[in-house]
Design a protein. Structure first.
Lengths: 388, 388
């Protein structure tokens, strides 16, 4: 994996173990990104009026093929949070309706549902998920305890932000469909980190980022909607003659009403095909497996060091390239973090969650065993230095 | 003005007379734009978590100084349409409420209000504006005829898209305030084209683009809200713990709740200070006057050629760097347009509006008298070739 590092733009003086927060864009994709921007500025009218519709269509096609979804069922959106907001504001919630979610959801998405509930009188219910997780069926059964006759929507992360835990959304979406409950999956961390087959997953709505694990530049995401529920969806930014009584001009509401939201730089969207090509060219399926193996080793080493138990079995597929390792309490967390970054140039999120301290480790193709060894060495030193 | 052309990235083989549609970004601003993107990719966490809040604050400060508004009363948004959508969805409209607008508004903004009215039972009323326009007072008096006791909101372009006509919004906002009517101004075409003093204008809400006449790269706009009405405004994309009962973390709702909408490339926003510096460095106030003089000459020449009357007195300030010239009917408009672009490489929007054909001419610092002479020569030839 050493040779892959030169493909990325990350500061070589830093040990970067936080791909999960914002991703990192490889040079070939980034160059494609900036080349689109130059092309736009060379002939703006030609670009927006003549070239862009075809380019967007090609982007939908490539993304649809990658996600196993019809291109017409995808909208290009800035990020997963944006996609979640589209759905949380579109659904005609009523007082008494319940939106069931887990206690591992991302803050901004919780805020979006809180807002929708304040507006409508619906209730947002965080189901406490049992940890450690032992099997997909256990997780699904546990979550299903939260379902009531008032559950109208299930909102779940595919891979959660705080715990990097992969939820068994296929099984949960299957049960939800049987019970006429709508499903929205927050796939912020999934596309590119795990193989994704939107048709097989069967969610009604799925919002994802392309700028995290799919290597796009920032501001590239998608919202998938199953054809049968697309009539429920309304744009956040109404533009381009959104008149839902009529057929849209291009004939595809998700493309025509959601991807177009006034003048913006579309280069992040147009970089999606280059990002997919990048992953193919460098055999990222294999790179991912190496990353997972390295991550597994990292967590097991930390658990050996601390004597703490991991949150999920390390030989499971509950995690892929991102995982969390429990840490013992430290006496001054801000100082601990500062030492880690300022003195050792290691970038990794460490914070409290559910009464414990955790390090969330991301391993991407640019990381090497030496990065993990550096982390282990520094953790050993700092945990001793800051022990309570 | 010849020397300014080399500062822009436009294809030198094209006579570009359509700055009004998407703007054009000068090289120094564009280079700053792409440099922000490289800096972000070099250290993503450092950039988003540590640097960006201060950079955004500096952007607000520079933009506020340019627009004569408090930095805290501005939100950075992708474009003016986005800003209009924030307001059209925020205001608690009720059945019977009227939103009064003109018959010269931009299609996407009309769609936004149509959507809000379908949701709430309010009515969107297009007041037919008398043309030709003779005085600011006449326009204001004319528009005011549309006001009724049910008028809750006045929505008006500062400079209209189809006619490039500058509305007397200061006078209209003054009367509206006296009558407890909220005002939202669509400033898509104003900032950078005319001097703008948001405090003096006195609108409740003002949405503007920085990527048209202010020279930013695409996707930079703002929404101004008067402090007294900010409590009415809700974000489209709810994120970053939007909980309006509480004080926002940074203490400034417009910044904290509206500028932050999940991970995106913020480089277009961060280019705003570079764009303002560009205009100062190249004395754009003087450039603008030269552009206006050249535009005035262009319209008068076309009117001489066609024998048609301009829509507004050519010695008025109803227009600045963008104006429309009426044309006689042509027998095959698509073929006419194709000849203009394919054979003569002139980029200019020509289309029917209110039973007449118009050319909308934009003159920017990269244009020269030779561009207008080329246009005049080709128009003379094609109008004869395509005369009905």
């Amino acid at each position: 994996m050493t040779s892959l590092k030169r493909l990325f733009m990350l500061d070589p003086g830093v040990t970067f173990l936080n791909h999960g927060s914002f991703g990192a864009c490889p040079r070939p994709v980034f160059n494609a990104y900036q080349a689109w921007q130059r092309r736009l500025e060379n002939q703006p009218i030609q670009f927006f009026h003549h070239d862009l519709p075809g380019l967007v269509k090609e982007t939908h096609r490539a993304l649809g093929a990658y996600l196993n979804a019809s291109p017409d069922d995808l909208a290009l959106v800035t990020n997963a949070t944006y996609g979640v907001n589209i759905i949380s504001r579109s659904l005609a919630l009523k007082p008494g309706d319940e939106i069931l979610t887990s206690d591992q959801e991302y803050g901004s998405c919780n805020s979006a549902w809180n807002f929708a509930c304040r507006k409508t009188g619906a209730t947002y219910i965080h189901h406490h998920m049992q940890l450690p997780a032992l099997s997909a069926k256990d997780i699904a059964d546990d979550f299903w305890q939260g379902v009531t006759s008032r559950t109208k929507v299930i909102f779940l992360s595919h891979i959660t932000a705080p715990a990097a835990l992969r939820f068994p959304i296929e099984e949960i979406c299957r049960r939800a469909r049987q019970n006429n409950i709508l499903t929205l999956i927050d796939g912020a961390h999934a596309p590119g980190q795990i193989p994704l087959d939107l048709t097989a997953i069967g969610a009604d709505f799925y919002a994802g980022n392309c700028h995290k694990w799919m290597f796009c530049p920032k501001g590239a995401g998608f919202l998938y909607s199953r054809p049968e529920v697309q009539h429920l969806v309304e744009p956040l930014v109404v533009s381009r003659a959104f008149e839902p009584e009529k057929e849209p001009a291009g004939g595809h509401p998700m493309v025509d009403y959601f991807t177009w939201t006034g003048t913006r730089d579309p280069a992040s969207f147009l970089s999606i095909p280059a990002a997919i090509e990048f992953m193919e060219k460098y055999h990222w399926d294999e790179v991912r497996q190496q990353c997972h193996a390295l991550l597994r080793w990292a967590i097991s080493q930390i658990c050996d060091m601390t004597g703490l138990e991991p949150l999920y079995p390390l030989d499971s597929d509950f995690y892929a390239q991102m995982g969390i390792a429990p840490l013992p309490p430290v006496k001054d967390l801000p100082a601990f973090r500062q030492r880690l970054y300022n003195d050792f140039h290691i970038v990794i999120p460490i914070g409290p969650w559910k009464e414990h301290l955790f390090a969330r480790i991301s391993v991407q193709g640019y990381n090497t065993k030496a990065d993990i060894e550096a982390l282990l060495k520094v953790l050993r030193q700092l945990l001793s230095e800051f022990s309570e």
